[in-house]
Every structure is written in C-alpha cells, then in structure tokens.
Design a protein around this ligand. Structure first.
Ligand SMILES: *[C@@H]1O[C@H](CO)[C@@H](O)[C@H](O)[C@H]1NC(C)=O
Ligand SMILES: *[C@@H]1O[C@H](CO)[C@@H](O)[C@H](O)[C@H]1NC(C)=O
Ligand SMILES: *[C@@H]1O[C@H](CO)[C@@H](O)[C@H](O)[C@H]1NC(C)=O
Ligand SMILES: *[C@@H]1O[C@H](CO)[C@@H](O)[C@H](O)[C@H]1NC(C)=O
Ligand SMILES: *[C@@H]1O[C@H](CO)[C@@H](O)[C@H](O)[C@H]1NC(C)=O
Ligand SMILES: *[C@@H]1O[C@H](CO)[C@@H](O)[C@H](O)[C@H]1NC(C)=O
Ligand SMILES: *[C@@H]1O[C@H](CO)[C@@H](O)[C@H](O)[C@H]1NC(C)=O
Ligand SMILES: *[C@@H]1O[C@H](CO)[C@@H](O)[C@H](O)[C@H]1NC(C)=O
Ligand SMILES: *[C@@H]1O[C@H](CO)[C@@H](O)[C@H](O)[C@H]1NC(C)=O
Ligand SMILES: *[C@@H]1O[C@H](CO)[C@@H](O)[C@H](O)[C@H]1NC(C)=O
Ligand SMILES: *[C@@H]1O[C@H](CO)[C@@H](O)[C@H](O)[C@H]1NC(C)=O
Ligand SMILES: *[C@H]1O[C@@H](CO)[C@H](O)[C@@H](O)[C@@H]1NC(C)=O
Length: 540
C-alpha cells in the first residue's frame, strides 16, 4: 500500500510535492511496523492473561477488546510508540503461571508482579527483555532454578525474587548484571553457597541472601569490594525481632574476614544465626573495619560461634548505630566501657556469651536504650546505679550472671519498664520499695535465686498490670504475704518457693482470676486455695 502511494507521487513529479510526500510517507511506513510490534505486545498480554487461573479482584476484566491494551489495568505504555513499558499487577491475588510470551514485550522496563500467587518457573524468555530495569516477583510460589538468561537483561538495577521456592545456585551469568543495585533472594531454597563473583557487582547497594537455609559455603571476602553497599543481610534470624529458630545445619561456617572498611554507606549488616566462627584469635577483627561505616544503624552477629574479646574499636563505630545484637556467641572478656559512646543505641543484646567483669557505670549514658539483654554471662560486681538514668528502657535482663550487692533503688526511675529480670545472681539486701512503683511492669518481675532478705511490701499491690511472672523464689524473704497481692489480678505465674514466709495464704488471692501456676513450697505457709481456681500447678 505504501509503495503504491509512493509510486503515484512520482507521477505527479513536482519536486516540492514529492518532498511533502516523503514527509507523509515516512511516518506511515514506521507506524506500519509499529502496528505489528504493538500486535506482538497485545498477543503477549493476552497470553499472560490466559495463564491466570484465578483473578479474585477481577483486574483482568479490563483486559478486553473494548479498549487499546495501553488502557488496560496495570499497563503503562510509551506515549509515542504505544508499546508496553510497565506491567504492574502486584498484590492482586493472582493465581496462575508466568507466560513466556512476556519475553516479547521488548520495550518493557518494569515488571512488577510481587505479592501474588504465581506458580511454576520463571520463564527464561524473560532474558529477552533487554530494556528491563525492574523485575519484582517476590512473595509468589515460584519454583526451580533462577534462569541464568536473566543476565541478558543488562540494564537490570532491581531484582527481587524473595519469598519464593526457588532452588539451585545463584546463576554464574549474573556476574554480567553490572548495573544491579538491589539483589534480594531472601527466603528461598537456594544452594551452592554465596558466589564470590558477587564481589564484581560493584553497583550493589542492597544484597539480601538471608533465610536460604541450605545455601551453605563461606562468606566470600570479595564482598568487601561492594563499596556502595548499604544493606547486607546474610542472617537466618531477624535483627529486629529475635523470634528465632535453631537449625542444626551448617550455613556459612568459618571466619568472617570481609573488610567492611570501604563500605561508607553500610546501614544494616546482619550475619546472625550461621555457624560463623573459626576460633582464630583475631576473628573479631572485622569489627575494626566497621569504624568507617558512618551510616551504620544495625549490626547483628547473634547465634554464631564467634569466640574472642569484643574489640575496643566497638566504641569507635558510628554513633548512628541503633541495634547491636551479638548474643549467643562465645565472646569473653570485659564489656568495653566505650560502648557508652553509642548513644543512639535502642537495642543492646549481649546475652549468652562469656562476658565477665563489671557492667560499666558508663552504660547510664545510653539514654535511648529500650532493650538491654546481658543475661547468661559471667558479669560480676554491682548493678550500676546509673542504669536508673536509662529512662526509656522497656526491658532489662541481667539474669544468669554473678552480680552482687544490693538492687539499686534508682531502678525505680525506669518508669516504662515492662520486664525486669535480675534472677540467678548473688544479689543481697532488701528489694527496694521503688521496684514496686514500676507500675508499667506487665510482662515479668523476676528476682529469684538471689540472697534477698526482708519482707514483701504491701506496695506489691501496685503491680496491677503484671500479667506474666512474679518470681521471688529461692531467696531469704520472711514475713507474711501481704493481702495486697490480690490487686495483681492479671498475674498468671506466682512463685515464692524457697523462702521463710509465714502465715496463711491471703484470702484476697481469690481475685487472681488469670492465675495458672502457684508455687509457695518450702516456706511455712498454711491455708487453702480458692475453689474457683483451676491451676496447672499448685504447691504449698
Ligand atoms: C472491558 O473493559 C472496560 C474497561 O477497560 C470495562 O469497563 C468493561 O466492563 C470490560 N468489559 C467486560 C465485558 O468485562
Ligand atoms: C499483599 O497482597 C495482599 C492482597 O493479596 C494485601 O492484603 C497485602 O497488603 C499485600 N502486602 C504487601 C506487602 O504488599
Ligand atoms: C516500577 O513500577 C512500579 C509500578 O508502577 C512502581 O511502583 C515502581 O516505582 C517502578 N520502579 C521503578 C524503579 O521505576
Ligand atoms: C505475601 O502475600 C500474602 C498475600 O498473598 C500476604 O498475606 C503476605 O503478607 C505477603 N508476605 C510478604 C512478606 O509480603
Ligand atoms: C536463553 O536460554 C536458552 C537455553 O538455555 C537459549 O537457547 C537462549 O538463546 C537464551 N537466550 C536468551 C536471550 O534468553
Ligand atoms: C528445599 O530443598 C530441599 C532439598 O532439595 C527439599 O527437601 C525441601 O523440601 C525444600 N524446601 C522448601 C521449603 O521448598
Ligand atoms: C570479577 O572480578 C575479578 C577480580 O577483579 C576479575 O578477575 C574477574 O575477571 C571478574 N569477572 C568478570 C566476569 O568480570
Ligand atoms: C523482621 O522484623 C521486622 C520488624 O519487626 C518486621 O517488619 C519484619 O517483617 C520481620 N521479618 C521477618 C522475616 O520476620
Ligand atoms: C577507612 O577509610 C579510609 C579512607 O577511605 C581508609 O584509608 C582506611 O583504611 C579505612 N579503614 C578501615 C578500617 O578500613
Ligand atoms: C577510637 O577513637 C579514639 C579517638 O576518638 C582513638 O583515640 C582510638 O585510637 C580509636 N580506637 C580504635 C580502636 O580505633
Ligand atoms: C541518632 O539517630 C538519628 C536518627 O537516625 C540521627 O539523626 C542522629 O544524628 C543520630 N545521632 C548521632 C549522635 O549519631
Ligand atoms: C513470542 O513468544 C514466544 C513464546 O516465548 C512465542 O513462541 C512467539 O510466537 C512470540 N512471538 C510473537 C511475535 O508473538
């Protein structure tokens, strides 16, 4: 048709006229080819739709012939060429398979299908999408291997395949994805280790390989070359929420010898719950290299086999740090007083190590601290009274140590405290009255297995919101149980065994409606339990 027009134009043979015609004809020719390309897009989108088995929100109803496909829901086209540039149908509850025809959407820059229920494999035809910059398929049910063909999408900057069931290795061909900024493979079933070639992807800012329980291998030193990294998560637990689970597999055993010194923008580093640790004397030296990371917010190395002292350089890491979680390792030596430099800390978890010596008085400077867990160490000396200045504390756990002396009355300043555990230490003296003014204590007050003396004050009745534990077992407490205990009506577990308590069980205890267990054994108490109770445990 276009040639016929051109032909007739020649017969008119006027120069000016033919120039005009060329101007008319050229767009016509190019729009003919673009119609076929547009058809390819339409065919591809219809093929995509045909593989959707369930569309609970009916989003694909708009994908019909009454409108051009550029008007279909979730589709964005280029204004000029009317080719698909964005396909975004995330969080639509779509159940089905990914059509390989998507690979024909050759203008596609952004394919966003996360948070649906796509099944089956990622079609390797996606590798034809050479303009693709964003591929987001996380939170689906995709299986088998990640196609190495994706490496042909050389403009890819953002690749998120997390929360799927992908298996096999991280494809070797990914070494060519030199523009990649985000690689997120969180929670899959990948194997074959962390390939050292990831160190070649120097544009990377976010690298998340966590929750791949069979990945194995070591953490390659080459990752130290990723100078733009801001997030590196290789953990099997959650830095934010240690709702952790233990597995007896080998993950990334051995020494962590990555040099983080070049990563100026590192914000979160979490290698928790692996089998890291070599037993080598300098194995904690990676901490030294973290002093350059001036934007660091979270450091998690918990649940590993790190052995050694905590380098003094911990005091020199960035004051931007908010979470320092190093529990469940075999760290020993004293707690560096310089840790108090880290004034932005909100969570400090150093539990289940072998730290010894005193809790530095300086910790009172950590005014932003909300959770402090030092339990399960060999800490000795007094509980610093400066802790009373850490007034935002919600949980304070110093149990299972060798702390001695009296409980500082300043702890009564911690008005927000919901949990206080000082059990299994060598504390003596009376329980300061101020402890019973902590009216927000709702989870637990545990002072058991110390050498505390005195009687239980009437102010125990202030602990009205305490719904978990009240435990003063195995101390040297004497006197009667005050009637005011009846005000602690939400209490579930009440343990006072192994003291010198006398008298009868207060009748007010019948108002403890939620009570599940009571242990008053090894005292000199008498009395009856209210008939209305259905206790799991009752010992007197
Ligand atoms: C076709 O799509 C349009 C919106 O693009 C919608 O209004 C119409 O209801 C759809 N037709 C059918 C039969 O679903
Ligand atoms: C995931 O999709 C569901 C609907 O299927 C929606 O309720 C939820 O908010 C989405 N989650 C995210 C993180 O987008
Ligand atoms: C990709 O498209 C989605 C949906 O339009 C959008 O939210 C997202 O920002 C896009 N990503 C980029 C990098 O353009
Ligand atoms: C995954 O998607 C489901 C809905 O399909 C949603 O309930 C869930 O919160 C999502 N999970 C994540 C991690 O986004
Ligand atoms: C993708 O992989 C297949 C087989 O592995 C190969 O034949 C094809 O040429 C590859 N090409 C592209 C662009 O994805
Ligand atoms: C992960 O892979 C292993 C071995 O291939 C398999 O036994 C296991 O069921 C897989 N787990 C999931 C969650 O897909
Ligand atoms: C990866 O980086 C190493 C070290 O710089 C280099 O020797 C190797 O050639 C790079 N590999 C690729 C495929 O670029
Ligand atoms: C990790 O904890 C954060 C903060 O509580 C939460 O938003 C996130 O969903 C958690 N991730 C997992 C995998 O549990
Ligand atoms: C910190 O950065 C400086 C300058 O970039 C560098 O010379 C130094 O070696 C780095 N320190 C560490 C511990 O990596
Ligand atoms: C920590 O910083 C102080 C100065 O603020 C410096 O004197 C000390 O040498 C540094 N320590 C380490 C281990 O970098
Ligand atoms: C503490 O954190 C806040 C918010 O991230 C930041 O603005 C502030 O500069 C930090 N303070 C210090 C001393 O680093
Ligand atoms: C592009 O997609 C493949 C499947 O991956 C089809 O086999 C091709 O026919 C299709 N090509 C066109 C022009 O639609």
């Amino acid at each position: 048709m276009s040639t016929t027009l051109l032909h007739s134009a020649y017969f008119q043979s006027l120069l000016l006229f033919s120039i005009t015609l060329i101007l008319v004809v050229l767009p016509f020719v190019s729009s003919t080819t673009s119609i076929t390309k547009q058809e390819t897009d339409e065919v591809a989108l219809k093929a995509f739709k045909s593989k959707i088995i369930h569309d609970p929100q009916g989003v694909l109803n708009s994908w019909n012939d009454s409108h051009h496909f550029c008007e279909w829901e979730g589709i964005t086209c280029g204004l000029r060429h009317r080719r698909v540039t964005v396909l975004d149908l995330h969080s639509r509850g779509l159940y089905g398979f990914l059509s390989p025809y998507i690979g024909n959407l050759s203008f596609l820059r952004n394919l966003t299908l996360q948070n649906n229920s796509f099944q089956g494999e990622i079609p390797r035809e996606f590798g034809h999408l050479f303009r693709l910059e964003v591929l987001s398929l996380y939170n689906n049910s995709l299986i088998r291997e990640i196609p190495g063909n994706l490496s042909h999408c050389s403009r890819l900057t953002y690749l998120r395949l997390s929360y799927n069931k992908l298996e096999g290795k991280i494809p070797l061909q990914f070494v060519y994805l030199s523009n990649l900024k985000t690689l997120d493979l969180f929670e899959n079933n990948l194997t074959g280790g962390i390939p050292s070639f990831l160190g070649n992807l120097t544009s990377l800012e976010v690298l998340v390989l966590a929750y791949n329980p069979l990945l194995g291998g070591n953490i390659p030193d080459s990752l130290g070359r990723l100078r733009k990294l801001s997030v590196l998560l290789l953990n099997l637990n959650n830095l934010s929420e240690i709702n952790f689970f233990f597995l007896d597999k080998n993950y990334f055993p051995g020494k962590l010898s990555v040099d983080f010194g070049g990563m100026q923008h590192l914000q979160r580093l979490d290698v928790g719950q692996n089998n890291l640790g070599s037993g080598e004397i300098d194995e904690m030296n990676f901490i030294n290299s973290l002093v350059n990371c001036s934007e660091l917010q979270g450091l998690g190395i918990a649940i590993n086999h790190f052995k050694g002292t905590l380098p003094r350089s911990i005091a020199n890491i960035s004051t931007t740090i908010e979470k320092l979680i190093i529990g469940w390792n075999q760290l020993y030596g004293s707690i560096p007083p310089g840790i108090a430099n880290l004034v932005n800390l909100s969570r400090l978890g150093m539990n289940d190590n072998q730290f010894s010596g005193p809790i530095p008085e300086e910790v009172g400077k950590l005014r932003n601290l909300k959770a402090m867990g030092l339990w399960g160490n060999q800490l000795s000396g007094k509980i610093p009274s400066s802790l009373g200045n850490v007034s935002l504390l919600l949980t304070l756990e110093l149990d299972n140590n060798r702390l001695s002396g009296v409980i500082p009355s300043s702890l009564g300043n911690l008005k927000k405290l919901t949990l206080l555990d000082l059990s299994k230490n060598d504390l003596n003296g009376i329980i300061p009255e101020q402890i019973f003014e902590l009216t927000d204590l709702s989870l637990s007050l545990n002072l058991s297995q110390n050498h505390l003396v005195g009687s239980i004050p009437r102010t125990i009745g202030n602990l009205r919101v305490l719904s978990g534990f009240f435990d003063v077992s195995d101390n040297n407490l004497f006197g009667e149980i005050p009637n005011e205990i009846g005000f602690c009506s939400s209490l579930e577990y009440l343990y006072m065994k192994g003291n010198f308590l006398i008298g009868s069980i207060p009748s007010s205890m019948s108002s403890l409606r939620g009570i599940r267990e009571i242990d008053f054994s090894r005292n000199n108490l008498s009395g009856q339990i209210p008939k209305s109770w259905r206790l799991l445990l009752w010992k007197i």
